[in-house]
Design a protein around this ligand. Structure first.
Ligand code: HEC
Ligand code: HEC
Length: 328
């Protein structure tokens, strides 16, 4: 072989090797990209960002955090009517209402919990621990039975929620936390108008009868129920019109970004009214709101400290109730 040819061959081999390395690194780069955050979480730099779940290690503490996240995403698989650990809840998942495992901006996320609990809450009239707050959602939102506070499941959910809020400071205002408030309408929300919104924009997933669709394994929902015996009960936060309207406006139909909602405010209030006009499990609320004057104006059950009807407290118009409260 002459010398020049040998050099050319070596150069070609080298170039091929570099090209091959480039391709491999590109492919593995794609593979190791972490699961994309929802569009809403990246849009606003000032808004809260959940820490990266890939940073959690496999120590005992890390495994507890990961189990907590798993329980929040797949609650029914572990704790539902056919759960593998216990049978405590109605078949819904925490994530049905706390979207993306409690990390989605304006998706009822958990960003504020670590920085605000223990916290005084008027509903119970007491200072509540995270355990108490989680069990509140167990009893009301999941229409179930509380978890033992020493159980691995409770400790895991608490560990995950604290881990999520590790970067938030006590007393600081967190942008994108919880549920976004909608301005009040100057009329009562209208269940009949809401039924039309429902047929048009919700029924394809949640079904005409509001019962959602179970996964093929029958253990959890693909599309959760919005009313009826498998839904959240009448003591749940989401049964208050302002809560469900704010949740729906910025998160439904599923997949919308809170930056670009599809529903108008009126549609959100009306469809919320339609959902809340349907039957759901009851709950004994006689011990709630011991300081009556602190009851939210959209709480659908009396007694109240004003003279507005239960119906107006449920559907509005809310502005006159708010004005009367401000005058007190
Ligand atoms: C049917 C919907 C729904 C389900 C299911 C649900 N929650 Fe909630 N949760 C809510 C609502 C509504 C609130 C109150 C939000 C508000 O008023 O801003 C809330 C509040 C909370 C809070 C307090 C948040 C804060 O910032 O103060 C925690 C913690 C919580 N839920 C945990 C859970 C856990 C854990 C589960 C599952 C075991 C669960 N929730 C299931 C609707 C739900
Ligand atoms: C493309 C399917 C789809 C459509 C359309 C849709 N949803 Fe949902 N909805 C979901 C899914 C999926 C969840 C649970 C999200 C999760 O677990 O991550 C959900 C959760 C909810 C929840 C909280 C959980 C519960 O069961 O109470 C409410 C309330 C809700 N949707 C209302 C609505 C309303 C109102 C509309 C119409 C404006 C609507 N949805 C349209 C798929 C949909």
């Amino acid at each position: 072989m002459d010398k020049r040819f040998a050099w050319q061959l070596a150069a070609v081999c080298l170039l091929t090797l570099i090209a091959a390395l480039l391709i491999v690194s590109l492919i593995s780069g794609v593979d190791s990209t972490p699961i994309a955050l929802p569009a809403t979480a990246t849009a606003d730099a000032a808004a809260w960002h959940a820490p990266d779940i890939h940073s959690v290690d496999t120590t005992a503490d890390g495994r507890l955090i990961l189990y907590g996240r798993e329980l929040i995403i797949h609650t029914a698989t572990y704790l539902g009517p056919r759960g593998s650990v216990l049978h405590l809840t109605n078949g819904m998942n925490c994530q049905n209402c706390h979207l993306d495992a409690g990390t989605r901006l304006w998706g009822n996320n958990y960003s504020a919990v670590a920085a605000t609990y223990p916290k005084f809450r008027e509903r119970s009239g007491s200072t509540e621990s995270i355990y108490k707050r989680i069990n509140d959602c167990m009893r009301r939102s999941l229409n179930g039975t509380p978890l033992d506070t020493a159980s691995r499941e409770m400790l895991a959910m608490k560990a995950y929620i604290l881990w999520l809020g590790q970067g938030t400071k006590r007393g600081s205002k967190i942008k994108g936390a919880g549920i976004k408030e909608l301005p009040y309408l100057d009329r009562a929300a209208d269940p009949a108008a809401g039924k039309m919104v429902y047929t048009d924009k919700c029924q394809s997933c949640h079904k005409e009868d509001g019962q959602g669709i179970l996964q093929p394994d029958g253990r959890s929902y693909q599309y959760p129920p919005l009313w009826g015996q498998h839904s959240f009960n009448a003591g749940a936060g989401l049964y208050r019109l302002s809560r469900i309207a704010g949740y729906v406006k910025y998160n439904m139909p599923y997949g919308v970004s809170s930056d670009a909602p599809q529903l108008s405010d009126e549609e959100a209030w009306d469809v919320a009214a339609y959902i809340c006009s349907q039957p759901r499990p009851a709950m004994d609320l006689s011990h709630d709101w011991p300081h009556l004057a602190a009851k939210p104006i959209d709480h659908p059950f009396g007694p109240y400290t004003d003279t507005f009807s239960e119906r107006q407290h449920k559907y509005g118009p809310f502005a006159p109730i708010a004005a009367a409260k401000a005058r007190k």
